[in-house]
Design a protein. Structure first.
Length: 304
């Protein structure tokens, strides 16, 4: 399969159609990014990297980091984790607080903000120096020292973090939050503010395409059964209230972030990351989703 040719075709076709959205500005620092950035990187299971456009330019991975933190926490807590967070699509925006009250402080899934805050809280309970541990973990599974925290983005989100702070207090009221709220929020904003390129991200997702084994770290990161479950969660919940549409149009497990990145995997074949900062109203990158739709069309395979 000539992946390089295919991703170049995809890249050119998306640029030609040029679908537009709006750069996230609720985190003011994110609004400074160049809206025309666009890159694609695909990594096959031999570790060969195919890239086009701005595939080596670091960007704010935001909620894509929720896959990395979930992986770490799931590995430690195993199925006990699911007493604190559910595994159902929410059908609501990523930052919605509404369901938390009806569902007694158990978030719908680990990828909406409320669920990710529970995951980060669990991580803080088990790991000393959690930010360092998350960075070390991502560096290891990417096979290189690629992670950098953008402190301007982190502080920008922290200064406008009322919703996430409210959610953390709400979780605490339901006794689903063990650590100091400020400490956990600091870790959460830090992992969301990590910068990586499409190449780094695609490498860091490779183990999910490979039954849990990372060819970059040369070890099993999670069991095959955990890898399958993380992929199931990405497929059903990775794009918030647009997860159905992503499954319909693209058909791969994936995760988006409001920095405009999307990382996805085709199990037993490849991992892929795309970045373009302009988002639709659901907070998912317009060009990145379009690129992945064209990719699975052209390759004529998806999960289905
Ligand atoms: N840090 C962002 C937030 O909590 C992440 C959201 C996202 O990427 N969807 O709002």
């Amino acid at each position: 399969m000539d992946y390089q040719k295919v991703i170049e075709e995809v890249y050119n076709e998306v640029l030609e159609e040029n679908p537009r959205g709006k750069v996230a500005d609720y985190i003011p620092e994110l609004a400074h990014v160049d809206p025309d950035r666009f890159g694609i990187a695909l990594v096959d299971l031999n570790g060969k990297v195919y890239g086009v456009g701005d595939c080596e330019v670091p960007f704010s991975i935001q909620s894509i980091s929720k896959v990395h933190t979930l992986t770490m926490v799931f590995h430690v807590f195993k199925s006990k984790l699911w007493s604190r967070v559910n595994v159902e699509p929410s059908g609501n925006p990523f930052n919605s607080i509404a369901q938390l009250e009806f569902e007694k402080g158990i978030p719908r899934n680990p990828f909406i903000n409320a669920g990710a805050l529970v995951i980060t809280d669990a991580l803080c309970s088990k790991f000393e120096e959690p930010i360092k541990q998350i960075s070390d973990f991502i560096n290891e599974i990417s096979g290189q020292n690629c992670v950098n925290i953008d402190h301007q983005v982190k502080n920008s989100e922290k200064n406008h973090g009322e919703r996430n702070t409210a959610m953390a207090y709400f979780l605490k009221a339901y006794k689903n939050f063990d650590n100091e709220i400020a400490e956990v929020l600091d870790v959460y904003f830090s992992h969301c503010a990590m910068e990586m390129s499409c190449v780094d991200l695609a490498k860091s997702f490779s183990f999910l395409a490979n039954d849990g084994y990372s060819i970059f770290a040369n070890r099993e990161i999670v069991s095959e059964s955990h890898a399958r479950r993380i992929n199931a969660l990405m497929l059903t919940c990775g794009f918030y209230d647009e997860s159905g549409e992503f499954a319909f149009r693209v058909g791969l497990p994936g995760k988006s972030g409001v920095g405009g990145g999307v990382a996805a995997v085709m199990p037993h074949k490849f991992s892929v990351a795309v970045w373009s900062p302009e988002l639709n109203e659901k907070g998912n990158s317009v060009k990145s989703v379009k690129a992945l739709e064209l990719l699975t069309d052209k390759l004529s395979f998806s999960l289905f």
